[in-house]
Design a protein around this ligand. Structure first.
Ligand code: HEC
Ligand code: HEC
Length: 283
């Protein structure tokens, strides 16, 4: 082979490699948004109305669940976030929707209450939040009037200073990615930390379990998922529990963990979440 031919074939090989690596980065904003909303963030677990079998009602994606969550402190209804101009968020701008998701403030300045997980959503990256908004924008508009929530506890005036800019996590740092997915995106850590004075005590009792949920399924209590508790399971067994809701012994896990949504999680993201759960101090 001539020197030129060798250089050419080396160059072609590099082009080929770059091509092989393209799919991950070639994901469009809308595809990323669909994956976040429908899989990892599972917004529909709270915002899509369910039938008596617990499954999402067809044709009602993110059209609001009413009633949603009732406890001593509140009776909430999760709003219709489809583009319907009257009963949904069709008249809000992209920036206004981003502000609602991360800052917990509506366009009229009113504060949005729990259990929408604002403390964590504040850390959603700019590009992921934009992708989520892009997905919400193209949903079919559903006309569905949802009553306002009633809070018997005062809501904070704000969840913090306005969110300015949040960069993406380094995709090559598996623990940082796992922390981001299990925290701001999937909020595993919120459901899996016991209730403290001001909500789940993520700061002192991270992932210790003990958060109680009451619903049509009865009462369920979130499990301890600290490294010690997870030691008895392999990574494959934990991944199967997250994506199927079935334990290695064949027993079924109760709602409201969104197993059905998590079923679509990529192996890369599952690996990152499990790696981080086993080393949560790396957060
Ligand atoms: C744990 C349940 C829960 C999850 C998960 C959740 N939400 Fe919410 N969301 C709520 C509740 C409840 C409200 C209304 C609170 C209130 O009435 O003040 C709300 C309010 C909103 C609002 C404001 C709408 C309005 O008209 O006031 C938007 C927008 C929104 N959610 C979008 C999302 C998106 C997008 C996701 C996923 C990334 C998501 N939510 C995940 C429970 C949830
Ligand atoms: C909306 C609340 C909620 C969210 C979000 C949630 N979980 Fe859970 N999880 C629960 C509850 C409740 C149980 C207990 C179910 C039962 O006992 O049947 C549970 C059980 C589990 C178990 C089984 C452990 C055992 O000992 O049986 C694992 C593992 C787990 N969750 C991991 C996760 C991970 C990882 C995420 C995020 C990707 C997550 N969970 C998100 C509520 C939640």
């Amino acid at each position: 082979m001539s020197a030129l031919a060798r250089r050419l074939s080396a160059a072609l090989f590099v082009v080929f490699l770059a091509g092989a690596m393209l799919p991950a980065s070639a994901e469009t904003e809308l595809e990323r948004g669909a994956y976040l909303v429908r899989v990892v963030a599972a917004c529909g677990n709270c915002h899509t109305p369910k039938g008596p079998d617990g499954r999402d009602l067809p044709g009602m994606e993110l059209a609001g669940m009413s009633p949603f969550d009732s406890r001593e402190q509140w009776d909430t209804h999760s709003p219709n976030v489809t583009p319907d101009p009257e009963t949904g968020i069709g008249t809000w701008t992209d920036e206004e929707i981003m502000r609602a998701i991360r800052d917990g403030v509506r366009p009229d300045g009113s504060i949005i209450g729990p259990p929408m997980p604002f403390v964590l959503y504040r850390e959603l990256s700019d590009s992921d939040t934009r992708a989520i908004v892009a997905y919400l924008r193209q949903l079919p508009a559903v006309r569905n009037e949802v009553p306002a929530s009633v809070y018997r506890v005062p809501l904070p005036p704000a969840y913090g200073p306005p969110v300015a800019s949040v960069p993406d996590v380094d995709p090559d740092d598996i623990l940082a990615r796992g922390a981001y997915l299990a925290g701001p995106v999937a909020h595993c850590i919120e459901c899996h930390s016991p209730m403290g004075e001001h909500g789940p005590d993520i700061e002192h009792r991270l992932n210790e379990g003990g958060f109680t949920f009451t619903g049509p399924w009865g009462v369920s209590v979130s499990a301890n998922i600290t490294p010690g508790a997870l030691e008895r399971w392999s990574d494959e067994e934990i991944a199967a529990m997250i994506t199927t809701g079935v334990r290695p012994d064949g027993s079924r896990m109760a709602p409201p963990m969104p197993y059905g949504y998590y079923a679509g999680m990529s192996n890369d993201d599952l690996d990152a979440i499990i790696a981080w759960l086993r080393h949560p101090t790396a957060r």
